[in-house]
Design a protein around this ligand. Structure first.
Ligand code: UDP
Length: 486
Protein backbone atom coordinates (compact mmCIF):
# COMPACT_ATOMS: atom_id res chain seq x y z
CA UNK A 1 0.00 0.00 0.00
CA UNK A 2 1.29 3.41 -0.94
CA UNK A 3 -0.15 6.89 -0.84
CA UNK A 4 -2.60 7.53 -3.66
CA UNK A 5 -2.16 10.53 -5.94
CA UNK A 6 -4.75 13.20 -5.21
CA UNK A 7 -6.27 13.35 -8.67
CA UNK A 8 -6.51 9.52 -9.06
CA UNK A 9 -9.99 8.08 -8.68
CA UNK A 10 -10.14 4.26 -8.53
CA UNK A 11 -13.92 4.09 -8.52
CA UNK A 12 -16.07 6.43 -10.57
CA UNK A 13 -19.36 7.96 -9.51
CA UNK A 14 -21.12 5.23 -11.45
CA UNK A 15 -19.49 2.66 -9.14
CA UNK A 16 -17.20 1.36 -11.85
CA UNK A 17 -13.54 0.56 -11.23
CA UNK A 18 -10.65 1.41 -13.50
CA UNK A 19 -10.94 -1.85 -15.40
CA UNK A 20 -14.69 -1.41 -15.74
CA UNK A 21 -15.71 -3.92 -13.09
CA UNK A 22 -18.23 -3.36 -10.39
CA UNK A 23 -17.28 -3.82 -6.72
CA UNK A 24 -18.45 -7.44 -6.47
CA UNK A 25 -16.95 -8.69 -9.71
CA UNK A 26 -13.83 -10.75 -10.19
CA UNK A 27 -11.45 -10.42 -13.10
CA UNK A 28 -11.92 -12.81 -15.99
CA UNK A 29 -10.30 -16.18 -15.32
CA UNK A 30 -9.02 -18.81 -17.74
CA UNK A 31 -7.73 -22.22 -16.67
CA UNK A 32 -5.87 -24.89 -18.66
CA UNK A 33 -5.17 -28.27 -17.19
CA UNK A 34 -2.38 -30.78 -17.82
CA UNK A 35 -0.04 -28.37 -19.56
CA UNK A 36 3.20 -29.95 -18.30
CA UNK A 37 3.94 -33.43 -19.56
CA UNK A 38 6.56 -34.29 -16.92
CA UNK A 39 4.43 -33.21 -13.95
CA UNK A 40 1.89 -35.51 -12.30
CA UNK A 41 -0.54 -32.64 -12.39
CA UNK A 42 -0.34 -29.16 -13.85
CA UNK A 43 -2.33 -26.04 -14.47
CA UNK A 44 -1.93 -22.74 -16.25
CA UNK A 45 -4.14 -19.95 -15.00
CA UNK A 46 -4.77 -16.44 -16.20
CA UNK A 47 -6.68 -14.14 -13.94
CA UNK A 48 -6.86 -10.64 -15.25
CA UNK A 49 -3.28 -9.82 -16.09
CA UNK A 50 -1.89 -12.48 -13.73
CA UNK A 51 -0.34 -15.51 -15.36
CA UNK A 52 0.48 -18.48 -13.17
CA UNK A 53 1.94 -21.89 -13.94
CA UNK A 54 1.76 -24.73 -11.41
CA UNK A 55 3.28 -28.21 -11.44
CA UNK A 56 2.44 -30.91 -8.90
CA UNK A 57 4.70 -33.93 -8.26
CA UNK A 58 3.84 -36.82 -5.98
CA UNK A 59 3.07 -38.41 -3.76
CA UNK A 60 6.71 -39.48 -4.08
CA UNK A 61 9.43 -40.56 -1.70
CA UNK A 62 10.44 -37.57 0.42
CA UNK A 63 14.06 -36.46 0.34
CA UNK A 64 15.96 -35.83 2.51
CA UNK A 65 14.81 -38.70 4.74
CA UNK A 66 14.65 -36.54 7.82
CA UNK A 67 11.86 -34.55 6.12
CA UNK A 68 9.66 -37.66 5.99
CA UNK A 69 6.69 -38.07 8.28
CA UNK A 70 5.78 -41.56 9.45
CA UNK A 71 2.04 -40.91 9.58
CA UNK A 72 1.46 -38.79 6.46
CA UNK A 73 2.82 -37.17 3.38
CA UNK A 74 4.74 -33.94 3.55
CA UNK A 75 3.16 -31.13 1.57
CA UNK A 76 5.70 -28.73 0.10
CA UNK A 77 4.60 -25.53 -1.57
CA UNK A 78 7.04 -23.25 -3.33
CA UNK A 79 5.85 -19.89 -4.59
CA UNK A 80 8.30 -18.23 -6.96
CA UNK A 81 7.96 -14.99 -8.80
CA UNK A 82 9.80 -14.80 -12.09
CA UNK A 83 12.13 -11.85 -12.30
CA UNK A 84 10.34 -10.68 -15.45
CA UNK A 85 6.88 -11.03 -13.91
CA UNK A 86 6.78 -7.52 -12.45
CA UNK A 87 7.44 -4.01 -13.67
CA UNK A 88 10.57 -3.57 -11.59
CA UNK A 89 12.68 -6.70 -11.99
CA UNK A 90 12.09 -9.10 -9.09
CA UNK A 91 15.22 -10.43 -7.39
CA UNK A 92 15.63 -14.11 -8.24
CA UNK A 93 15.47 -16.71 -5.47
CA UNK A 94 13.49 -16.95 -2.26
CA UNK A 95 12.55 -13.79 -0.41
CA UNK A 96 10.75 -13.05 2.85
CA UNK A 97 7.59 -12.45 0.85
CA UNK A 98 7.84 -15.63 -1.24
CA UNK A 99 8.64 -17.72 1.85
CA UNK A 100 5.66 -16.24 3.62
CA UNK A 101 3.34 -16.82 0.66
CA UNK A 102 4.63 -20.39 0.30
CA UNK A 103 3.91 -21.10 3.99
CA UNK A 104 0.39 -19.67 4.11
CA UNK A 105 -0.52 -21.29 0.79
CA UNK A 106 0.70 -24.71 1.99
CA UNK A 107 -1.34 -24.33 5.14
CA UNK A 108 -4.36 -23.40 3.02
CA UNK A 109 -4.23 -26.87 1.43
CA UNK A 110 -3.41 -28.97 4.46
CA UNK A 111 -7.04 -29.25 5.63
CA UNK A 112 -8.20 -30.83 2.35
CA UNK A 113 -5.25 -32.94 1.12
CA UNK A 114 -5.56 -36.50 2.48
CA UNK A 115 -1.89 -36.66 3.33
CA UNK A 116 -2.30 -39.50 5.82
CA UNK A 117 -2.84 -41.88 2.91
CA UNK A 118 0.77 -41.44 1.80
CA UNK A 119 3.16 -41.66 4.75
CA UNK A 120 6.85 -40.93 4.21
CA UNK A 121 6.07 -39.29 0.90
CA UNK A 122 6.11 -35.76 -0.36
CA UNK A 123 3.59 -33.84 -2.41
CA UNK A 124 5.40 -30.99 -4.14
CA UNK A 125 3.58 -27.96 -5.49
CA UNK A 126 5.71 -25.62 -7.60
CA UNK A 127 4.25 -22.22 -8.42
CA UNK A 128 5.78 -19.94 -11.01
CA UNK A 129 4.38 -16.44 -11.32
CA UNK A 130 5.02 -15.51 -14.94
CA UNK A 131 3.17 -12.21 -14.85
CA UNK A 132 1.99 -10.39 -11.72
CA UNK A 133 -0.82 -7.89 -11.37
CA UNK A 134 -1.87 -8.18 -7.71
CA UNK A 135 -3.57 -11.21 -6.17
CA UNK A 136 -0.85 -13.61 -7.28
CA UNK A 137 -1.05 -15.73 -4.14
CA UNK A 138 -4.79 -16.21 -4.52
CA UNK A 139 -4.35 -16.96 -8.19
CA UNK A 140 -1.62 -19.46 -7.37
CA UNK A 141 -3.85 -21.22 -4.83
CA UNK A 142 -6.65 -21.58 -7.34
CA UNK A 143 -4.24 -22.96 -9.92
CA UNK A 144 -2.62 -25.30 -7.39
CA UNK A 145 -5.98 -26.70 -6.43
CA UNK A 146 -6.67 -27.71 -10.02
CA UNK A 147 -3.14 -29.06 -10.47
CA UNK A 148 -3.49 -31.22 -7.33
CA UNK A 149 -6.73 -32.64 -8.65
CA UNK A 150 -5.06 -33.20 -12.04
CA UNK A 151 -2.31 -35.14 -10.25
CA UNK A 152 -4.94 -37.33 -8.64
CA UNK A 153 -4.03 -36.28 -5.12
CA UNK A 154 -6.91 -37.31 -2.86
CA UNK A 155 -8.59 -34.20 -1.49
CA UNK A 156 -11.72 -33.59 0.49
CA UNK A 157 -12.53 -30.80 -1.89
CA UNK A 158 -11.09 -28.03 -3.94
CA UNK A 159 -9.59 -24.90 -2.43
CA UNK A 160 -10.53 -21.59 -3.91
CA UNK A 161 -9.03 -18.26 -3.08
CA UNK A 162 -9.93 -14.64 -3.62
CA UNK A 163 -9.17 -11.32 -2.01
CA UNK A 164 -11.26 -8.34 -1.11
CA UNK A 165 -10.06 -4.88 -0.23
CA UNK A 166 -10.94 -1.30 0.40
CA UNK A 167 -10.57 1.19 -2.41
CA UNK A 168 -11.73 4.78 -2.26
CA UNK A 169 -13.55 3.87 0.96
CA UNK A 170 -15.49 1.06 -0.72
CA UNK A 171 -15.19 -2.70 -0.18
CA UNK A 172 -14.39 -4.31 -3.52
CA UNK A 173 -13.65 -7.83 -4.64
CA UNK A 174 -10.43 -9.05 -6.25
CA UNK A 175 -8.06 -6.10 -6.29
CA UNK A 176 -5.98 -5.30 -9.33
CA UNK A 177 -2.52 -3.74 -9.25
CA UNK A 178 -3.63 -0.09 -8.95
CA UNK A 179 -6.21 -0.94 -6.28
CA UNK A 180 -3.63 -3.01 -4.39
CA UNK A 181 -1.05 -0.24 -4.59
CA UNK A 182 -3.33 2.74 -3.78
CA UNK A 183 -6.09 1.03 -1.84
CA UNK A 184 -6.65 1.18 1.92
CA UNK A 185 -6.76 -2.56 2.61
CA UNK A 186 -6.07 -5.97 1.01
CA UNK A 187 -7.64 -9.06 2.52
CA UNK A 188 -6.76 -12.39 0.74
CA UNK A 189 -8.87 -15.40 1.68
CA UNK A 190 -8.82 -19.12 0.76
CA UNK A 191 -11.65 -21.50 1.58
CA UNK A 192 -12.92 -24.99 0.99
CA UNK A 193 -15.94 -25.87 -1.11
CA UNK A 194 -17.95 -25.85 2.11
CA UNK A 195 -16.88 -22.31 2.86
CA UNK A 196 -14.42 -23.14 5.62
CA UNK A 197 -11.66 -20.57 5.53
CA UNK A 198 -8.15 -22.01 5.26
CA UNK A 199 -6.26 -18.76 4.66
CA UNK A 200 -6.79 -15.24 5.91
CA UNK A 201 -4.38 -12.36 5.63
CA UNK A 202 -4.85 -8.68 5.95
CA UNK A 203 -2.84 -5.65 4.91
CA UNK A 204 -4.35 -2.27 5.92
CA UNK A 205 -7.10 -1.15 8.18
CA UNK A 206 -10.65 -2.51 8.12
CA UNK A 207 -13.56 -2.33 10.49
CA UNK A 208 -15.38 -5.55 11.53
CA UNK A 209 -18.35 -4.53 9.38
CA UNK A 210 -16.06 -4.01 6.40
CA UNK A 211 -14.50 -7.43 6.99
CA UNK A 212 -17.95 -9.02 7.25
CA UNK A 213 -19.03 -7.34 4.05
CA UNK A 214 -15.78 -8.26 2.39
CA UNK A 215 -16.06 -11.92 3.39
CA UNK A 216 -19.51 -12.04 1.83
CA UNK A 217 -18.02 -10.73 -1.40
CA UNK A 218 -15.18 -13.27 -1.17
CA UNK A 219 -17.65 -16.15 -0.74
CA UNK A 220 -19.43 -15.01 -3.84
CA UNK A 221 -16.17 -14.71 -5.71
CA UNK A 222 -14.94 -18.11 -4.55
CA UNK A 223 -18.17 -19.73 -5.74
CA UNK A 224 -17.60 -18.35 -9.18
CA UNK A 225 -14.00 -19.50 -9.15
CA UNK A 226 -15.01 -22.95 -7.92
CA UNK A 227 -17.43 -23.23 -10.81
CA UNK A 228 -14.61 -22.50 -13.25
CA UNK A 229 -12.29 -25.01 -11.58
CA UNK A 230 -14.92 -27.72 -11.57
CA UNK A 231 -15.82 -27.08 -15.17
CA UNK A 232 -12.22 -27.52 -16.20
CA UNK A 233 -11.81 -30.72 -14.19
CA UNK A 234 -15.09 -32.13 -15.42
CA UNK A 235 -14.03 -31.50 -18.98
CA UNK A 236 -11.01 -33.68 -18.44
CA UNK A 237 -12.25 -36.39 -16.06
CA UNK A 238 -16.00 -36.53 -16.22
CA UNK A 239 -16.92 -38.96 -18.99
CA UNK A 240 -20.35 -40.63 -19.00
CA UNK A 241 -20.16 -44.32 -18.14
CA UNK A 242 -22.33 -45.34 -21.10
CA UNK A 243 -20.11 -43.55 -23.54
CA UNK A 244 -17.07 -45.26 -22.06
CA UNK A 245 -18.63 -48.68 -22.59
CA UNK A 246 -19.86 -47.87 -26.10
CA UNK A 247 -16.80 -46.22 -27.59
CA UNK A 248 -14.36 -49.09 -27.11
CA UNK A 249 -16.96 -51.57 -28.42
CA UNK A 250 -17.42 -49.46 -31.53
CA UNK A 251 -13.70 -49.24 -32.00
CA UNK A 252 -13.41 -53.02 -31.65
CA UNK A 253 -16.07 -53.57 -34.27
CA UNK A 254 -14.34 -51.18 -36.59
CA UNK A 255 -11.07 -53.02 -36.05
CA UNK A 256 -12.64 -56.41 -36.72
CA UNK A 257 -14.05 -55.06 -39.96
CA UNK A 258 -10.81 -53.51 -41.07
CA UNK A 259 -8.44 -56.33 -40.18
CA UNK A 260 -9.71 -58.81 -42.78
CA UNK A 261 -9.45 -56.08 -45.42
CA UNK A 262 -5.75 -55.92 -44.72
CA UNK A 263 -5.58 -59.68 -45.45
CA UNK A 264 -7.95 -59.36 -48.41
CA UNK A 265 -5.64 -60.72 -51.16
CA UNK A 266 -4.96 -63.89 -49.23
CA UNK A 267 -8.61 -64.36 -48.31
CA UNK A 268 -9.61 -63.83 -51.91
CA UNK A 269 -7.25 -66.56 -53.06
CA UNK A 270 -8.55 -68.98 -50.44
CA UNK A 271 -12.20 -68.39 -51.29
CA UNK A 272 -11.44 -68.55 -54.99
CA UNK A 273 -9.78 -71.95 -54.55
CA UNK A 274 -12.74 -73.16 -52.52
CA UNK A 275 -15.11 -72.16 -55.32
CA UNK A 276 -13.08 -74.07 -57.89
CA UNK A 277 -13.13 -77.17 -55.68
CA UNK A 278 -16.85 -76.80 -55.08
CA UNK A 279 -17.55 -76.68 -58.80
CA UNK A 280 -16.04 -80.14 -59.12
CA UNK A 281 -18.00 -81.55 -56.17
CA UNK A 282 -21.42 -80.25 -57.17
CA UNK A 283 -24.10 -77.70 -56.41
CA UNK A 284 -24.51 -78.62 -52.74
CA UNK A 285 -20.95 -77.71 -51.95
CA UNK A 286 -21.33 -74.59 -54.02
CA UNK A 287 -24.12 -73.34 -51.81
CA UNK A 288 -21.85 -73.64 -48.79
CA UNK A 289 -19.07 -71.85 -50.56
CA UNK A 290 -21.47 -69.17 -51.71
CA UNK A 291 -22.22 -68.41 -48.09
CA UNK A 292 -18.51 -68.19 -47.39
CA UNK A 293 -18.02 -65.93 -50.37
CA UNK A 294 -20.82 -63.65 -49.24
CA UNK A 295 -19.08 -63.33 -45.90
CA UNK A 296 -15.82 -62.62 -47.66
CA UNK A 297 -17.45 -60.02 -49.89
CA UNK A 298 -18.65 -58.20 -46.80
CA UNK A 299 -15.08 -57.65 -45.68
CA UNK A 300 -13.36 -57.73 -49.07
CA UNK A 301 -14.86 -55.09 -51.31
CA UNK A 302 -12.79 -55.99 -54.36
CA UNK A 303 -13.66 -59.63 -54.10
CA UNK A 304 -17.22 -59.40 -55.35
CA UNK A 305 -16.72 -59.27 -59.13
CA UNK A 306 -15.15 -62.59 -60.10
CA UNK A 307 -16.84 -64.88 -57.59
CA UNK A 308 -20.30 -63.60 -58.63
CA UNK A 309 -19.92 -65.24 -62.00
CA UNK A 310 -18.89 -68.51 -60.38
CA UNK A 311 -21.90 -68.39 -58.11
CA UNK A 312 -24.27 -67.86 -61.02
CA UNK A 313 -22.70 -70.75 -62.84
CA UNK A 314 -23.03 -72.93 -59.78
CA UNK A 315 -26.72 -72.20 -59.51
CA UNK A 316 -27.55 -73.19 -63.10
CA UNK A 317 -29.68 -76.18 -63.95
CA UNK A 318 -28.36 -79.68 -64.55
CA UNK A 319 -28.80 -79.39 -68.32
CA UNK A 320 -26.64 -76.36 -68.44
CA UNK A 321 -24.10 -78.14 -66.30
CA UNK A 322 -24.05 -81.05 -68.75
CA UNK A 323 -23.45 -78.64 -71.62
CA UNK A 324 -20.65 -77.04 -69.71
CA UNK A 325 -19.06 -80.41 -69.05
CA UNK A 326 -19.08 -81.14 -72.78
CA UNK A 327 -17.52 -77.84 -73.44
CA UNK A 328 -14.90 -78.56 -70.83
CA UNK A 329 -14.15 -81.95 -72.41
CA UNK A 330 -13.67 -80.27 -75.74
CA UNK A 331 -11.37 -77.82 -74.14
CA UNK A 332 -9.43 -80.63 -72.44
CA UNK A 333 -7.84 -81.95 -75.66
CA UNK A 334 -4.58 -83.95 -75.66
CA UNK A 335 -1.39 -81.93 -75.66
CA UNK A 336 -0.29 -83.23 -79.09
CA UNK A 337 -3.45 -81.98 -80.74
CA UNK A 338 -2.97 -78.69 -79.08
CA UNK A 339 0.58 -78.41 -80.38
CA UNK A 340 -0.59 -79.27 -83.92
CA UNK A 341 -3.30 -76.71 -83.68
CA UNK A 342 -0.85 -74.17 -82.49
CA UNK A 343 1.54 -74.90 -85.35
CA UNK A 344 -1.28 -74.68 -87.89
CA UNK A 345 -2.44 -71.47 -86.39
CA UNK A 346 1.04 -70.07 -86.49
CA UNK A 347 1.52 -71.13 -90.15
CA UNK A 348 -1.72 -69.51 -91.15
CA UNK A 349 -0.80 -66.37 -89.34
CA UNK A 350 2.58 -66.21 -91.13
CA UNK A 351 0.95 -66.72 -94.54
CA UNK A 352 -1.51 -63.98 -93.80
CA UNK A 353 1.31 -61.69 -92.82
CA UNK A 354 3.19 -62.39 -96.08
CA UNK A 355 0.09 -61.73 -98.15
CA UNK A 356 -0.44 -58.49 -96.29
CA UNK A 357 3.16 -57.44 -97.02
CA UNK A 358 2.77 -58.20 -100.76
CA UNK A 359 -0.43 -56.23 -100.89
CA UNK A 360 1.28 -53.39 -99.13
CA UNK A 361 4.19 -53.37 -101.63
CA UNK A 362 1.79 -53.37 -104.59
CA UNK A 363 -0.12 -50.53 -103.10
CA UNK A 364 3.03 -48.50 -102.54
CA UNK A 365 4.20 -49.08 -106.14
CA UNK A 366 0.86 -47.96 -107.48
CA UNK A 367 0.96 -44.91 -105.30
CA UNK A 368 4.45 -44.01 -106.51
CA UNK A 369 3.39 -44.39 -110.16
CA UNK A 370 0.40 -42.19 -109.58
CA UNK A 371 2.64 -39.67 -107.89
CA UNK A 372 5.03 -39.51 -110.86
CA UNK A 373 2.16 -39.37 -113.37
CA UNK A 374 0.73 -36.45 -111.53
CA UNK A 375 4.04 -34.61 -112.13
CA UNK A 376 4.06 -35.43 -115.85
CA UNK A 377 0.51 -34.24 -116.27
CA UNK A 378 1.19 -30.95 -114.59
CA UNK A 379 1.46 -28.08 -117.27
CA UNK A 380 3.67 -26.01 -115.05
CA UNK A 381 6.31 -28.70 -115.04
CA UNK A 382 6.32 -28.90 -118.87
CA UNK A 383 6.97 -25.20 -119.02
CA UNK A 384 9.85 -25.66 -116.62
CA UNK A 385 11.32 -28.37 -118.86
CA UNK A 386 11.13 -26.13 -121.94
CA UNK A 387 12.82 -23.30 -120.07
CA UNK A 388 15.59 -25.62 -118.93
CA UNK A 389 16.18 -26.91 -122.49
CA UNK A 390 16.34 -23.37 -123.86
CA UNK A 391 18.80 -22.34 -121.21
CA UNK A 392 20.99 -25.36 -121.99
CA UNK A 393 21.03 -24.44 -125.72
CA UNK A 394 21.95 -20.85 -124.96
CA UNK A 395 24.77 -21.82 -122.62
CA UNK A 396 26.10 -24.29 -125.25
CA UNK A 397 26.19 -21.60 -127.98
CA UNK A 398 27.95 -19.18 -125.61
CA UNK A 399 30.60 -21.78 -124.79
CA UNK A 400 31.15 -22.43 -128.51
CA UNK A 401 31.68 -18.71 -129.14
CA UNK A 402 34.17 -18.52 -126.31
CA UNK A 403 36.12 -21.46 -127.70
CA UNK A 404 36.23 -19.80 -131.13
CA UNK A 405 37.60 -16.63 -129.65
CA UNK A 406 40.28 -18.52 -127.75
CA UNK A 407 41.37 -20.34 -130.89
CA UNK A 408 41.64 -17.04 -132.74
CA UNK A 409 43.87 -15.65 -130.01
CA UNK A 410 46.10 -18.73 -130.11
CA UNK A 411 46.56 -18.42 -133.83
CA UNK A 412 47.73 -14.84 -133.48
CA UNK A 413 50.37 -15.96 -130.95
CA UNK A 414 51.74 -18.97 -132.96
CA UNK A 415 54.84 -17.28 -134.57
CA UNK A 416 56.90 -16.59 -131.46
CA UNK A 417 56.09 -20.06 -130.16
CA UNK A 418 57.50 -21.63 -133.32
CA UNK A 419 60.75 -19.65 -132.95
CA UNK A 420 61.08 -20.86 -129.40
CA UNK A 421 60.51 -24.42 -130.56
CA UNK A 422 63.29 -24.11 -133.17
CA UNK A 423 65.71 -22.79 -130.58
CA UNK A 424 64.93 -25.69 -128.32
CA UNK A 425 65.47 -28.18 -131.09
CA UNK A 426 68.92 -26.75 -131.97
CA UNK A 427 69.91 -26.85 -128.31
CA UNK A 428 68.86 -30.43 -128.02
CA UNK A 429 70.94 -31.42 -131.08
CA UNK A 430 73.98 -29.72 -129.59
CA UNK A 431 73.57 -31.65 -126.35
CA UNK A 432 73.39 -34.93 -128.28
CA UNK A 433 76.71 -34.23 -130.00
CA UNK A 434 78.54 -33.20 -126.82
CA UNK A 435 77.26 -35.94 -124.45
CA UNK A 436 75.98 -38.89 -126.48
CA UNK A 437 76.58 -41.55 -123.70
CA UNK A 438 74.53 -39.71 -121.15
CA UNK A 439 71.41 -39.97 -123.28
CA UNK A 440 71.90 -43.56 -124.44
CA UNK A 441 72.50 -45.08 -121.06
CA UNK A 442 69.10 -44.35 -119.46
CA UNK A 443 67.29 -45.89 -122.47
CA UNK A 444 69.09 -49.17 -121.97
CA UNK A 445 68.33 -49.21 -118.29
CA UNK A 446 64.60 -48.65 -118.88
CA UNK A 447 64.46 -51.57 -121.27
CA UNK A 448 66.17 -53.95 -118.86
CA UNK A 449 64.52 -52.98 -115.62
CA UNK A 450 61.43 -55.08 -116.29
CA UNK A 451 63.19 -58.17 -117.70
CA UNK A 452 66.26 -58.41 -115.52
CA UNK A 453 65.10 -56.90 -112.24
CA UNK A 454 65.61 -60.11 -110.26
CA UNK A 455 69.10 -60.65 -111.70
CA UNK A 456 70.06 -57.13 -110.82
CA UNK A 457 69.01 -57.79 -107.23
CA UNK A 458 71.24 -60.93 -107.13
CA UNK A 459 74.24 -59.11 -108.53
CA UNK A 460 76.72 -57.62 -106.09
CA UNK A 461 76.40 -53.95 -105.34
CA UNK A 462 79.97 -53.22 -106.52
CA UNK A 463 79.06 -54.13 -110.08
CA UNK A 464 76.09 -51.79 -109.95
CA UNK A 465 78.24 -48.94 -108.77
CA UNK A 466 80.91 -49.48 -111.44
CA UNK A 467 78.91 -47.84 -114.19
CA UNK A 468 76.15 -48.27 -116.71
CA UNK A 469 78.31 -49.87 -119.38
CA UNK A 470 78.76 -53.04 -117.35
CA UNK A 471 75.01 -53.65 -117.30
CA UNK A 472 75.03 -54.07 -121.08
CA UNK A 473 75.65 -57.76 -121.77
CA UNK A 474 75.10 -57.82 -125.53
CA UNK A 475 78.31 -56.72 -127.36
CA UNK A 476 76.22 -55.50 -130.31
CA UNK A 477 74.66 -52.92 -128.06
CA UNK A 478 78.09 -51.79 -126.99
CA UNK A 479 78.93 -51.40 -130.68
CA UNK A 480 75.97 -49.19 -131.27
CA UNK A 481 77.08 -47.07 -128.33
CA UNK A 482 80.42 -46.78 -129.86
CA UNK A 483 78.83 -45.81 -133.12
CA UNK A 484 76.94 -43.05 -131.34
CA UNK A 485 80.18 -41.92 -129.75
CA UNK A 486 81.64 -41.63 -133.11
N1 UDP B 1 4.94 -6.77 -6.70
C1 UDP B 1 6.03 -6.28 -7.35
N2 UDP B 1 7.27 -6.61 -6.93
C2 UDP B 1 7.47 -7.47 -5.88
C3 UDP B 1 6.34 -7.96 -5.24
C4 UDP B 1 5.09 -7.61 -5.68
O1 UDP B 1 5.91 -5.53 -8.27
O2 UDP B 1 8.59 -7.74 -5.52
C5 UDP B 1 3.59 -6.42 -7.20
C6 UDP B 1 3.00 -7.58 -7.91
O3 UDP B 1 2.32 -7.11 -9.01
C7 UDP B 1 2.07 -8.16 -6.91
C8 UDP B 1 1.58 -6.97 -6.25
O4 UDP B 1 2.75 -6.16 -6.12
O5 UDP B 1 1.03 -8.85 -7.54
C9 UDP B 1 1.00 -7.23 -4.89
O6 UDP B 1 1.87 -7.97 -4.15
P1 UDP B 1 1.42 -8.71 -2.83
O7 UDP B 1 2.64 -8.83 -1.98
O8 UDP B 1 0.29 -8.01 -2.23
O9 UDP B 1 1.01 -10.16 -3.27
P2 UDP B 1 -0.18 -10.59 -4.20
O10 UDP B 1 -1.25 -9.58 -4.11
O11 UDP B 1 0.42 -10.62 -5.52
O12 UDP B 1 -0.62 -11.87 -3.71
Amino acid sequence: MSSKPENLTLITDDGLRLDGRRADEIRPMKIEIGVLSRADGSCYLEWGRNKILVGVFGPREAHPRRSQRADSAVIRYRYNMASFSVEDRARPGPSRRSIEISKVSREAFEPVIMAEMFPKTAIDIFVEVLQADAGTRTAAINASSVALADAGIPMKGLITSCAFGKVDGQIVLDLNKEEDNYGEADFPVAMTQDGEITLVQMDGNLTPEEIKKGLELVKKGCKEILAIQQAVLRKKFETPVEEVSEEPAGEKEAVTEEEPVLAAPEAAVIVGEALEAAEELGPEMLEEVVEAEVLASEVIPDFEEEPEEDIEEGLETEEEEALEEEALEEEAEPEEDLEEDLEEDLGEELEEEELEEEEFEEETLEEEAEFEASFEAAPELKEFDEIEARLERETASEEAEEEMELEAEELSEEEPEEEEAEIEETAASEEETVEPEAEAEPEVEVEETSTEAEEAEEEPEEEKSEGPWKVVKDPSEAGTRGEKDE
